[in-house]
Design a protein around this ligand. Sequence first.
Ligand code: AMP
Length: 284
Amino acid sequence: MKVVDTPQDMRELAEVLRRDEAPLGLVPTMGALHEGHRSLIARAREECGAAVVSIFVNPAQFAAGEDYDTYPRTFEADLEACREMGAACVYAPRANAMYPGGYDTWVDVPGLGAPLCGAHRSGHFRGVATVVLKLLAACLPHRAYFGEKDYQQLVLIRRMTDDLDLGVEIVPCPIVREDDGVALSSRNAYLSADERSRARAISGALFDAKRMVAAGERFSAAIIQPCVDELEKAGSRVDYVEIVDPATLERVETINGAARMAVAAYIGETRLIDNILLEPDDEA
Ligand code: AMP
């Protein structure tokens, strides 16, 4: 497995992989790899001739006061996991190779970047879109794998690749959860034992919502309020609970077709996100 740390070296290797091992798959990550990331890497390995995993904690997507400095970094273990999973290459650029002095180009997807997390994390999706475009430019994949865990990110990146005619297929991958329902996240490492137990309220609220829809409830407001109550009862501070159109991310008042329910909430100091698909024909 090759480990590459500059955009130039990555591009050189990617040109070879793209030609000789097509299709080439990319799995962009911020490291601290867990089973969620592993599911993406496994899928890329299955479907592609070679898989590149990028590991980069992107300063541009963290606002001042967020957890850029404390974000979990487990580089050696991540390399081992990628090696074990058969990745062809890990691309791990340093921040100053990605954003050298004088760097001044940003990608904005303003409509899809505005609601949900965009309303609470200033500049976040501009940082995400920019870094993903740079990763795609360096790694030249035919396919890039994204988790539904970060649902807004997935939809926004698909919009960007379509709008800019990048010719990269964005492959959505299902959310991997712990046995108790909690979605795997690198940020779960911040949780104390008590907080980890209270974090179950987030996925619990989403599963309850799915049951409500299966039982015939169609009004978003009637689904959202009990979820907020449940989260607050678990002592969490809610950023948002919303039910949105899965493509436009616009709020849906009445569930007539597939919709996404998305939650962002603080458990202690840790901000966690999760989401679920709601469908009117969900079975009770
Ligand atoms: P991150 O390292 O948190 O930026 O995540 C890298 C990629 O892994 C993103 O596409 C995430 O959506 C995906 N991912 C993170 N957690 C999970 C999970 N629990 N299940 C599926 N995909 C995930």
